[in-house]
Design a binder for this molecule. Structure first.
Ligand SMILES: NC(=O)c1ccc[n+]([C@@H]2O[C@H](COP(=O)([O-])OP(=O)(O)OC[C@H]3O[C@@H](n4cnc5c(N)ncnc54)[C@H](O)[C@@H]3O)[C@@H](O)[C@H]2O)c1
Length: 317
């Protein structure tokens, strides 16, 4: 099977490429390298089953060229920075909604078995049911990013039912691990490298969320994708996360400990009752019973994933 991975030079995408290549797939990556890097793919660049395409998916012709001759598409390209939504909503619209529309337009003209899409826990907004199952509703995101992800999901569902396309959506928790280039752990490490005595923590530190290591994530994605193909459904959605959570302050403690530091924590206090930024969901835990019923479960819990990620980002693992 030949698979296109959009955003395959990015954090999660490059780990997915590793997994697909190790499983014997032919892989094409489409990426504009706006956030991703060829360094993440250097182990495959000369491999005969691997192909890299440089291109910006905001251009329809780029999407059309990329989907030609592939059997399946994993669509990960996006700008995943929830925080920038208040400053640059247009960028989040373009890199989440517009590029998904361009991809769907390209796909519907080709013979593609199925599309897999990385959505996000942010589509649930401030869910009243915790852990939150896939059929929770109404979906009311509280960030532009969450809104854009939900809009992309809705477009995909609409295309599936209108054209002969099959699609599975993965709603991811906070994903962490080697090569991650954004998010709280990355942020804390950089701040502590700049000033080992004082760590600024956005919000009040009580934000409590579920974290999943990227190795568990990409295994879940490929495993559930294969199950989806076997089942013959036209559309499905899965939560992918760990079964527990961890607070931002606990993450700060782990990062400090792993770096051998004892900094003073400075809490910004944040906005709207201790959130790190406008649109930051304070409590997030996904119900993963649906994925577990299919035979997948995470190897690491949130704390283990955070500890491993800190060591990886510090180059200790
Ligand atoms: N990291 C997380 O915690 C998390 C959580 C939920 C969902 N997601 C989703 O998973 C996917 C991957 O996220 P990530 O953390 O690996 O981010 P990332 O920024 O590392 O990867 C995204 C990739 O998409 C590429 N890209 C962006 N705009 C593009 C465009 N216009 N044309 C072509 N390529 C483009 C970037 O260069 C980058 O390589 C995204 O869809 C994101 O929304 C991530």
């Amino acid at each position: 099977m030949k698979v296109l991975v959009t955003g395959g030079a990015g954090f999660i995408g490059s780990h997915l490429v590793d997994h697909l290549m190790e499983e014997g797939y032919e892989v094409r990556v489409l990426d504009d390298l706006s956030a991703g890097s060829l360094e993440n793919l250097k182990q495959w660049i000369d491999h005969e089953r691997f192909e890299f395409m440089l291109g910006d998916m905001r251009r329809r012709d780029v999407c059309e060229k990329a989907v030609r001759g592939v059997d399946a598409v994993f669509h990960l390209a996006a700008n995943p920075e929830v925080r920038i939504g208040a400053q640059t909503p247009e960028l989040l619209y373009e890199t989440n909604v517009l590029i998904t529309y361009n991809l769907l337009e390209a796909i519907r003209k080709e013979d593609i078995k199925a599309l897999a899409f990385t959505s996000s826990s942010t589509v649930y907004g401030e869910a009243k049911t915790i852990p939150t199952p896939e059929d929770y509703g109404p979906l009311k995101p509280i960030s532009v990013y969450g809104g854009a992800k939900l809009a992309a999901e809705a477009l995909i569902a609409g295309y599936v039912h209108t054209f002969d396309i099959k699609a599975v959506v993965f709603r991811l928790a906070n994903i962490i691990g080697k090569r991650s280039n954004h998010g709280v752990i990355y942020d804390f490490i950089n701040k502590l490298k700049a000033n080992p005595h004082r760590l600024e923590i956005l919000g009040d530190g009580t934000q409590k969320k579920s974290y999943l290591h990227v190795s568990d994530t990409v295994k879940a994605m490929l495993y559930l994708f294969k199950e989806f193909l076997k089942e013959g459904k036209i559309y499905d959605a899965y939560n992918i996360g760990s079964e527990d959570w961890i607070t931002v302050t606990e993450i700060a403690e782990i990062v400090s400990r792993e770096m051998g530091l004892n900094p003073e924590f400075y809490f910004t206090g944040g906005v709207d009752g201790g959130r790190g930024w406008k649109g930051d969901v304070k409590i997030m835990l996904l119900n993963i019973e649906k994925a577990k019923a299919k035979g997948w479960k995470p190897k690491m819990n949130s704390k283990e994933a955070v500890e491993k990620t800190v060591r990886e980002l510090l180059g200790k693992e």
